[in-house]
Design a protein. Sequence first.
Length: 145
Amino acid sequence: MATIYTVGNDGLVDLPSNYALNVKVWSANVAYTSSDTTGFAHAAKTRRLGVLDITGSLAGVPSVGDSDGSPFGNNTDLTNKQLGGTLVLSCYGGTASQSAANLTFDALFSSLAFNTDKNGDATLTLNFELNDSNGPTVVWSTNLT
């Protein structure tokens, strides 16, 4: 099969159960913690990479009256709760069960930002952080036959 160059329209987000949001955009930063290992004998910096981390955000249009849930999942009392669950970010191919180019991991939703504009826009942005001691499952297919 020929090489496929993904476009934004190929993307998808599979939210944790009981979370409802019409996601229109997502972004994720995959990074490693860097530790300084420079010693007195070194003429320049030396470093080693440590544990993996993922942070990012997803944004879209919130819904009301959706039997599938809310932007808060099952939580109606937002104090002292762990918002989040298993998140699938797809560049191409859809959900965790239909994988071509996905990151799947447990995430915390660390902040929620609502915006409503009199001219018609209503948006919600969720910031997320990795909350998975095993790290993410990465599927990046090289053969899509």
